[in-house]
Design a protein around this ligand. Structure first.
Ligand code: NAP
Length: 245
């Protein structure tokens, strides 16, 4: 499998911990210059990584639900690097109220929050960073979605906010693909597996994949530049299997 040469510039959202932190570490190991979106300045993992890679990792304050911070992050990256080759839209949220079914009161405020972060956040990011990516020879847009967004394989009887936010993200990416694929942009829409991350507020030790392993699988696909039909938008999982939309 051919791989993209290193030395290029990546932006990763939600990089404080979990999959985003591991994706950032994996890219740095491969020689990428990484701008890591920092949402939790008090969480130590990202700062520790920055100490290991002082030349190539820059932590950038970033709340994907706040266009002002997204635009400010794009300005920071423009001033420091001029160009972005790879944008990984990883930031995402769940909610402790998601498991409520319709016999219980729904938490509509939380549903709005999930939609704002999970579905609208990546749109804000692409809007702000597109001018920085137009000159890249790679132009790769990656989206960490979820099996939860697959309408064709939906089996849950609750989790409205999370599932709907990921289905909406998938539609957003399809519209972006229609617009930007003719301009040379390449796309990865991805289900990372069940990751031992912090979506529930504490590390989920019941899950099957450590973030480092999940990141290794993800980067193999995100950075793959041969053997992918770039003319077709696909939702794939960590084993390379396709998912119904
Ligand atoms: N874990 C799984 O099994 C699984 C499965 C399928 C898909 N995914 C997807 O994988 C992605 C990464 O999640 P993860 O599992 O690594 O969870 P995680 O450990 O919670 O990491 C996500 C990071 O994004 C941050 N974040 C929250 N809101 C943000 C915002 N508005 N702007 C920027 N960053 C924000 C989180 O901060 P807080 O902790 O403060 O919220 C956290 O640091 C998400 O898109 C998720 O939906 C995960």
């Amino acid at each position: 499998m051919a791989r993209i040469a290193n030395g290029r510039v990546a932006v990763v959202t939600g990089a404080d911990r979990g999959l985003g932190q591991a994706l950032s570490a994996g890219l740095l190991e491969q020689g990428w210059r990484v701008f890591a979106g920092q949402y939790m300045p008090d969480w130590p993992e990202l700062s520790a990584l920055a100490a290991t890679y002082p030349q190539t990792l820059t932590c950038v304050p970033l709340d994907v639900a706040d266009m002002d911070t997204v635009q400010a992050a794009a300005q920071t990256v423009r001033a420091a690097a001029g160009q972005v080759d790879l944008l990984i839209n990883n930031a995402g949220v769940g909610s402790p109220t998601s498991p409520r079914d319709l016999r219980q009161a729904q938490d509509y405020a939380e549903m709005h929050r999930l939609y704002d972060v999970n579905a609208l956040g990546p749109i804000r990011m692409v809007e702000a960073f597109l001018p920085l990516m137009d000159s890249s020879p790679l132009k790769r847009l990656c989206f960490v979605s979820s099996e939860a967004g697959s309408v064709g394989r939906a089996r849950r009887t609750s989790w409205y906010g999370y599932c709907m936010s990921k289905a909406a993200l998938n539609m957003a990416v399809k519209i972006m693909f229609n617009h930007l694929h003719p301009e040379g942009y390449t796309f990865r829409v991805y289900h990372p597996g069940w990751v031992r991350s912090y979506m529930s507020g504490k590390k989920n030790l019941e899950a099957t994949l450590e973030p480092e392993d999940a990141a290794r699988y993800a980067l193999a696909y995100f950075l793959q530049d041969e053997g992918v039909d770039e003319d077709v938008l696909a939702l794939r999982d960590w084993e390379g299997k396709p998912w119904e939309w």
